[in-house]
Design a protein around this ligand. Structure first.
Ligand code: NAI
Length: 257
């Protein structure tokens, strides 16, 4: 039996990387999936939809900027129009723009906070509103980061946003529990996706990173998707308000070892 049979899911930032892999994994397990994209990523999103449909699944691509309330409402409305309901919301869209704190313009702070924190807050609120209205239990999964807890020099807005997503999740998990909606975070370490492409151009940085990962390698998007699948499935019915690290032990690294 498929684990997400008859379920409907939205994946924000679903045209690439971790989001795309989660969309494909959910569809493989029977969910109808809305692949959200932004800007000029329509071709990639349509390509993910085609891949799902070719395998016999159901999917649709919907453009929405997660920082816009109107767009996020539109994203949820179109999903319900297309598939009749909403069971699972994955707030995956994210950006980073690294530079030293003392040199960072306010615009960079505003943009990174808008996508990673406000976008996640909006996705949670609009999706949960629809789940409550539909009278169905629901699942919200936020892709945060090990930087919801761990500092990263030159990445202050990203760390602040992901730390904010941690407390957002903990708070609304309590508020939404009476409605049968669970809320959890997945906190990946270093995963092989476009967000980390710059590492390939800096082998010295990559080597240093790998030396800090006890399992000695970067993670694969498929490994994150497997965890998302667990959190979306019936197997995790009693799990809410938690962050799940998936980082090869990076957060537990100690340089004295
Ligand atoms: P990615 O760059 O492939 O994915 C990010 C996606 O978010 C892209 O599809 C992008 O178009 C979308 N996006 C950006 N701004 C948006 C907006 N305003 N509205 C809608 N979509 C928007 O990179 P990756 O790695 O797949 O990132 C996915 C999530 O995982 C992000 O939240 C990221 O912070 C998080 N993450 C990734 C890690 C990694 O090592 N790859 C580690 C920890 C967390």
């Amino acid at each position: 039996m498929q684990q997400l049979e008859n379920k409907v899911a939205i994946i924000t930032g679903g045209s690439s990387g971790i989001g795309r892999t989660i969309a494909l994994a959910f569809a493989r397990e029977g969910a109808a999936v809305t692949v959200n994209y932004v800007g000029d990523d329509q071709d990639e999103a349509e390509d993910a939809v085609k891949q799902i449909e070719d395998a016999g699944g159901k999917a649709v691509a919907v453009r929405a900027d997660v920082t816009s309330q109107e767009d996020v409402e539109d994203l949820v409305r179109k999903t319900v129009e297309e598939f009749g309901r909403l069971d699972i919301m994955v707030n995956n869209a994210g950006v980073e723009d690294q530079m030293p704190f003392l040199k960072m313009p306010l615009e960079v702070w505003n943009k990174v906070i808008a996508v990673n924190l406000t976008g996640t807050w909006l996705g949670c609120q609009v999706a949960a509103g629809r789940m409550v209205e539909g009278g169905e239990p629901g699942r919200i999964i936020n892709i945060s980061s090990i930087h919801e807890e761990r500092s990263m020099p030159n990445n202050s807005p990203y760390c602040a946003a992901k730390g904010g997503v941690r407390m957002l999740m903990r708070t609304i998990a309590v508020e939404l529990a009476p409605h049968g909606i669970t809320v959890n975070n997945i906190a990946p370490g270093a995963i092989e996706t476009p967000i980390n492409e710059n590492l390939e151009a800096h082998p010295d940085q990559k080597e240093k990173l790998l030396s800090e990962i006890p399992l000695g390698r970067m993670g694969k998007p498929e490994e994150v998707a497997d965890l998302a699948l667990y959190l979306a499935s019936d197997a995790s019915a009693y799990v809410t308000g938690s962050t799940f690290l998936i980082d090869g032990g990076l957060s537990r690294h100690t340089s004295r070892f």
